[in-house]
Design a protein around this ligand. Structure first.
Ligand SMILES: Nc1ncnc2c1ncn2[C@@H]1O[C@H](COP(=O)(O)OP(=O)(O)OP(=O)(O)O)[C@@H](O)[C@H]1O
Length: 469
């Protein structure tokens, strides 16, 4: 976050102002200082900063009065009160007046900066509901612009009962978003019921959705309420709607139009009030064009469309998502949360993630169990992720080729692979380094990290034709 924070300092002591002004010179902090509280008052009231640092004892209006006046108008403004160490009474008074923190003088500049940073974060957190949240109540993480767009949509829809269609590949978080839409809707106290069309056998789908009467078909030993009835008053999430068979589509359309339906084998209509959120990874327009999805149903569902991008298209969210999933996995397994080294984190942000957020979540679970240390290195990643070729990871290429070679050699019954591999490895490095230095051996040795003598010795064995030159 690069938003600039405004910090106001009020202290009659010139030296303290000077020290603080210098301590707080940061790219994301803007400072304004005042010598007297009464001079600062008007600015503070009309243009409240993110954080106020004030001394207590000052001529004219004192710090506690200043704080009281400001907090009347801006109760959430964090105030840091500075005062002499010994002055316990004023510290207590400042807390009672609602100070965010008490900073005893003399203070350490790093301590002062850390406290100001904490106060800025606190102020932002308080403002978060009004500003753009980067995390919703349903724990959806997303700072990427496309996710912010999704959050905005959830916010805008929070007073409505409108039908929503969520598009996105498998594992991108469609169900999470559906839950968030529900939790931020007027129906939040009512049930959220989810049903995945792809997971139900076709001939059970209607009874699953609409319920059945006793004796409606073989095995229907009792009356059963379907998902529509279970979701009455709440939200019904229909996942993989593109997999819904045509006759169920027809029935669904009728329910959406009439607000009532019949249980399978039933004769009296059941009325329900259900909000539908549907999701699909398929291109519904194409299914409509191909005659596999009813056009009228498509239009009924496609009132508001939310698109969830693939994880690779929001790679800036990967570090926070990973951290979140590592913490979750640690909690589930009752162990300490692992942390990614910067290199491992960078590697993860560059992977293609065909399984999207779900794949990242599973990877974090795997790492929590499998990584040996608390810090996760690139080498700790599962091989299929570690050696993936990425734009910036040419190493992936040869790792894979090398692994294949080892595999083949072992399958062919070779033993003592190192005797074969190590000289080959060194020969390739030496040749390449010499190519880079135009044949200069001293420089090549330097590039490789060897002494010149070592290179000469290696050349004799590995590349005798070059050794004498
Ligand atoms: N932005 C996010 N923040 C935190 N967790 C997320 C986020 N997106 C997805 N998840 C988690 O990733 C997993 C997959 O998400 P979800 O089941 O919602 O995906 P989906 O698109 O509905 O998948 P499918 O189409 O396969 O059903 C879930 O465990 C979900 O909680």
């Amino acid at each position: 976050m690069t938003e600039t924070a405004r910090v106001v300092i009020v202290d009659d002591d010139h030296a303290i102002r000077w020290v603080l002004e210098r301590a707080l010179v940061q790219p994301d902090i803007e400072i304004q200082s005042f010598e007297r509280a009464d001079h600062a008052l008007e600015t503070l009231l009309n243009h409240p900063p993110d954080v106020l640092l004030t001394d207590i004892r000052m001529p004219g209006l004192d710090g506690l009065d200043l704080m009281a006046r400001i907090r009347e108008a801006h109760p959430d403004l964090p105030v840091i009160v500075m005062t002499a160490h010994s002055d316990l009474d004023s510290a207590v008074a400042s807390y009672q007046g609602g100070a965010f923190e008490y900073l005893p003088k003399p203070f350490d500049v790093d301590e002062a900066l850390a406290l100001v940073r904490r106060a800025i974060a606190h102020a932002r957190e308080r403002r978060a509901p009004a500003a753009m949240p980067d995390r919703l109540a349903a724990d959806i993480i997303g700072e990427a612009p496309a996710m912010q767009e999704v959050f905005r949509a959830i916010g805008r829809l929070s007073h409505s009962h409108i039908t929503v269609l969520i598009n996105g590949e498998s594992g991108t978080g469609k169900e999470r978003v559906a839950q968030a839409l529900h939790q931020h809707s007027p129906r939040k106290a009512q049930p959220f019921v989810a049903l995945n069309m792809a997971a139900i056998p076709k001939d059970l789908m209607e009874s699953e959705l609409f319920g059945h009467e006793k004796g409606a078909f073989t095995g229907a030993n009792a009356q059963r309420r379907g998902r529509f009835e279970q979701a009455d008053g709440g939200t019904l999430f229909l996942d993989e709607i593109g997999d819904m068979p045509p006759d169920t589509q027809t029935r669904l359309l009728r329910v959406l139009a009439d607000g009532e339906f019949y249980r399978v084998g039933g004769h009296s209509p059941v009325r329900v009030d259900v909000r539908i959120i549907a999701a699909t990874h398929q291109d519904l327009e194409r299914l409509v064009a191909e005659g596999r999805f009813r056009e009228d149903l498509f239009h009924r569902l496609n009132v508001i469309r939310i698109h969830l991008p693939r994880l690779a298209e929001r790679s800036e969210d990967i570090p926070r998502l990973a951290q979140h999933f590592l913490a979750e996995a640690a909690r589930e397994l009752a162990t300490e949360a692992k942390v990614l080294t910067p290199a491992a984190q960078q590697h993860l942000t560059r992977l293609p993630w065909p399984g999207n957020v779900r794949q990242l979540e599973n990877t974090c679970r795997w790492l929590t169990v499998m990584a040996s240390g608390r810090e996760i290195l690139v080498d700790d990643l599962p091989p299929e992720l570690r050696d993936v070729e990425t734009q910036d990871n040419p190493v992936g290429d040869w790792h894979r080729a090398f692994r294949d070679w080892a595999d083949r050699a072992l399958s062919a019954g070779h033993t003592h692979l190192l005797e074969e591999a190590v000289p080959e490895f060194e020969r390739i490095l030496i040749e390449t380094a010499l190519k880079h230095t135009g044949g200069r051996k001293g420089d090549a040795a330097e590039l490789l990290g060897w002494g010149r003598n070592t290179l000469t010795r290696k050349l004799k064995v590995l590349l005798p034709e070059l050794a004498e030159e």
